[in-house]
Design a protein around this ligand. Structure first.
Ligand code: ADP
Length: 597
């Protein structure tokens, strides 16, 4: 048990050290203010120590006054005044501490939030695919905010009460070392009880928060899937699951509070025993005339304050631990190397000609499972390359690699003869436009969303791009035209409309290389014709790599690459490979059948 306790404490210390290492660089801008807080903490501690001392003086002059009432009254006045000053100083110090430590803590939260977000933006999409978005959001928002109370309250409160306890012990020893030793007897027991109870208590609180997460997850899931629950008559089972988790949650929460409640008597009891010991033994010595009565009074007053750090430790342990866990999660994100590293002194090209070449490219998302094997392809400027193949063949992976969301494990990808790894990411992405199937629109106006392609575009240029993309007419018919709010909180757009906005973005960006993922979902014939026309305009004069599904697009391409299970199986123009009687011929035949239906 003791060994486990020691190991646990050691593990905790390590976690704390790790957290400190993460936070260290962030403290730098705040060192001056932190020093200021520390000074005022000392002031508050000193003022806190002064009050019982003054009361001791009061008792002393009352007991020794004996006739010199005028003199005693004057001393009483001085004591009262000193007491007033000490309380004023304490109050002022507390204000400064509270305010400045929160300024520091929130400043730190701000810096952490920005740093974590900035770091996240550097990660390749693989990082985000492997994690739930809620978890990532919580890294930026919740974990950083969790650091605030540990900096502003937990550490500060603990430092104040710890200093106070040390001060008290010094004063007590200077008053009467023997009595101090006596009064200290229960201290180790109180500490022991706190340490022993704290562990199961924290475990219970941790379980409570886990249950809380599980409960919210389940309710959220069930609310989203309410149709399925109702149609499949699953209400009773789901209710049972919710009730089960809720029961567990209640049990854990009550257990956690019960353990907390058990801690109170340990500390209160220790305080009480210390006082009883002082009153009994100190009282006897006072009766014998060996110890002045005012010292006993001061002893009792100081003892009531001695156990304060233990209370504080208990009060803040939870947030302290939560905070440390959060800091360590933040540390993990901050120390993670993005899979795709930007070359700091890489080549910066304003506008490439657009020749794209893949040479012997191998790639695996997971080690050992090759998704692309020995891919070789070249797209000359102004040409269109159509990638064709069954689902899972690796088409999207190829285009993701051209945008350098992933680096090849073997081989290389070059644009204008420059290896992508030697080019600044900024420069590469400046030269690329992507029009994907799943168009993401940000909360904002239509205009903002198109302007995403080029933030400096004028209103006229936005409208011009929308016209090229065949989007102007439908935008015009929206309630507020280009100022209509879209995205989650605004007007819902159809798939075809979203695609045209995405084309308008790409038109506005005017990048030499275009990556296109042709939509598979069907839109009505007229919309499809409009989208097709817009795409043809967009592709003109650019170097395009198209994940093609439509026969017409494939036929018009300068070059077709047929992929199967991560390998190029056929390559050439439509006429060249349609007669091969291979995968391409079969895909074309199937497409024709589908059209005939
Ligand atoms: P296509 O676009 O031709 O349908 P993809 O490039 O999307 O094919 O997928 C190729 C293979 O890689 C598939 O087996 C797919 O399951 C796998 N894959 C795609 N994306 C990921 C990912 N993020 N993590 C792991 N495997 C992936």
């Amino acid at each position: 048990m003791l060994l486990k306790l020691c190991l646990n404490l050691e593990k905790r210390q390590l976690l704390m050290l790790k957290a400190l290492r993460t936070l260290m660089p962030f403290f730098k801008p705040y060192l001056g203010r932190m020093l200021f807080v520390l000074t005022s903490v000392l002031m508050v501690t000193w003022a806190g120590l002064l009050a019982p001392w003054l009361v001791r003086e009061l008792v002393r002059i009352v007991t020794v006054a004996e006739g010199d009432l005028a003199g005693a009254t004057q001393t009483l006045g001085i004591i009262t005044f000193a007491l007033l000053i000490s309380y004023l100083l304490r109050s002022a110090g507390q204000f400064i501490n509270f305010h400045v430590s929160h300024v520091v803590a929130f400043g730190l939260v701000h810096d952490l939030q920005v740093a974590v977000y900035q770091q996240l933006q550097r990660f390749s999409p693989a990082y985000f695919e492997d994690r739930q978005s809620g978890e990532i959001v919580s890294r930026v928002v919740k974990d950083t905010v969790d650091v605030e109370p540990i900096i502003a309250d937990a550490v500060y409160d603990f430092v104040v009460s710890f200093l106070l306890a040390v001060g008290i012990i010094i004063v007590l020893v200077s008053l009467n070392p023997t009595l101090t030793l006596l009064a200290m007897i229960p201290v180790p027991f109180a500490f022991g009880a706190v340490i022993l109870l704290a562990m199961p208590m924290q475990r219970a609180f941790k379980q409570e928060s886990e249950n809380y997460g599980e409960m919210s997850g389940l309710v959220q899931d069930n609310v989203s899937g309410i149709k399925e629950i109702q149609v499949f008559n699953r209400e009773q089972q789901e209710l049972k699951r919710v009730r089960h988790i809720s029961d567990r949650y209640t049990g854990q929460s009550i257990l956690a509070r019960k353990l907390t409640a058990m801690l109170f008597p340990s500390i209160e009891g220790a305080t009480g025993i210390s006082i009883v010991l002082v009153v009994w033994f100190g009282g006897q010595q006072a009766l014998a005339g060996n110890v002045p009565i005012e010292d006993i009074v001061a002893f009792v007053l100081y003892l009531t304050m001695l156990y304060q750090p233990l209370w504080t430790l208990l009060g803040t342990a939870e947030s302290l631990q939560g905070g440390i866990a959060s800091v360590n999660r933040i540390g993990e994100v901050l120390s993670m190397q993005p899979q795709v590293a930007d070359a700091p002194d890489g080549i910066d090209i304003d506008r490439v000609k657009g020749r794209v070449a893949m040479e012997g490219v191998y790639f695996a998302y997971r080690q050992g499972v090759d998704v692309l094997r020995d891919i070789n392809l070249t797209v000359e400027p102004g040409q269109t390359l159509a990638l064709v193949g069954p689902t899972g063949a690796g088409k999207s992976t190829i285009v993701s690699m051209v945008a350098r969301f992933y680096d090849p494990q073997q081989g290389r990808i070059r644009i204008d003869d420059i290896d992508l790894r030697e080019m600044k990411l900024d420069a590469l992405r400046r030269n690329l436009s992507m029009v994907l199937q799943d168009v993401f629109l940000f909360n904002g106006t239509v205009r903002d969303n198109i302007r995403f392609g080029n933030p400096n575009a004028t209103n006229e240029e936005v409208i011009e791009a929308a016209k090229v993309a065949n989007a102007h007419d439908f935008i015009h018919s929206l309630p507020d035209g280009y100022d209509t709010l879209i995205g989650e909180r605004g007007v819902k757009l159809s798939g075809g409309q979203k695609q045209r906005l995405s084309i308008a973005r790409a038109v506005l960006k005017d990048a030499p290389i275009l990556i296109l993922d042709e939509a598979t979902s069907s839109v009505d014939t007229e919309t499809e014709a409009q989208i097709q026309e817009a795409l043809e305009r967009l592709m003109k004069g650019r170097n395009s790599i198209v994940i093609a599904h439509r026969l017409s697009t494939i036929r018009n391409a300068d070059q077709i690459i047929v992929l199967d299970e991560g390998q190029v199986v056929e390559t050439g123009s439509h006429e060249e490979i349609v007669t091969n009687d291979g995968l391409y011929a079969r895909l074309v035949a199937r497409q024709r059948e589908a059209l005939a239906l």
